[in-house]
Design a protein around this ligand. Structure first.
Ligand code: 13P
Length: 258
């Protein structure tokens, strides 16, 4: 099955030259990994237009979108606007937006509907919550999952990419903890089970569920050894082209051997 590796650059880097410097080395090596694997980078929105001319084999994604398709919403960007820059994926429900920017489950649900309407692919993060403890992830993920899909029909749900991304495992969180491959696999199987109830087991198995939380060149083997982990949502390591490439290549290596 296809693997998907997404680099979430967050509010980095500072300049468009630096952004090109991160993307180009990956872009140049993409011919080595193209079957079975897709690579996406999600730069800050202002870099989408200029990077659109640099990315040919690496797909572009956005880190946010409005739930409206135009109109009076200061500071927001619409899905149709993103599409003009060849954006394919949109990250939604990221813990940083839930925790620091007050994004509610209601807002996330509206954004998912709008993204699907615009024919972009939502990458819906589950597991992000300020208070969530390691042993409380299943109820949290279950609640966020149901809130995310509440206004969707089966066909729409099937178009979503999900990512299990526990806040406590994100590299920039103070005292962050390691999430083992086994833990990531367990929660990914849990999301797959939730999906089975909505779309049926066979279809759920065909949907992509990624893991995010300090995936880098040093620990990527822990995640690639589980075929249920369909890829990674990478933060800090995606800003270092060497590190990111090793993550990409390791998923590719596993995908051709599985
Ligand atoms: P890190 O890989 O830096 O932990 O970030 C994960 C993340 O938030 C990706 O969306």
């Amino acid at each position: 099955m296809t693997k998907l590796i997404i680099g979430n650059w967050k509010m980095n880097p500072e300049t468009i030259e630096q952004a090109r410097g991160i993307l180009l080395p990956i872009e140049h090596k993409m011919h080595l990994v193209q079957e079975n694997l897709e690579v996406c980078v999600c730069p800050p929105a202002v870099f989408l237009a200029p990077l659109n001319h640099t990315s040919h084999n690496v797909v572009l994604g956005a880190q946010n979108v409005s739930w409206l398709d135009g109109g009076p919403l200061t500071g927001e960007v619409s899905g149709s606007q993103l599409k003009q820059w060849k954006v394919k994926y949109v990250i939604l429900g990221h813990s940083e937006r839930r925790i620091y920017l007050g994004e509610t489950e209601e807002m996330i649900s509206k954004k998912i509907v709008q993204v699907l309407k615009t024919r972009l692919v939502p990458v819906v993060c589950l597991g992000g919550d300020k208070a969530a403890k390691k042993d409380e992830m299943k109820p949290l993920v279950t609640r966020q999952f149901h809130a995310a899909i509440k206004n969707l029909d089966r066909k729409q749900i099937e178009k979503i990419v999900f990512a299990y991304e526990p806040t406590w495992a994100i590299s920039t969180v103070k005292n962050s903890e390691h999430a083992s491959g086994e833990h990531a696999r367990e929660l990914i199987l849990h999301i797959q089970e939730l999906l089975s109830h909505e779309v049926g087991e066979a279809r759920a198995k065909n949907m992509l569920i990624l893991y995010g939380g300090t995936v880098n060149k040093n620990n990527v083997h822990e995640y690639t050894k589980y075929p249920e982990i369909d890829g990674a949502l990478v933060g800090a390591a995606s800003l270092d082209p060497g590190d990111f490439w090793e993550v990409v290549h390791e998923f590719y290596r596993e995908s051709i051997h599985s």
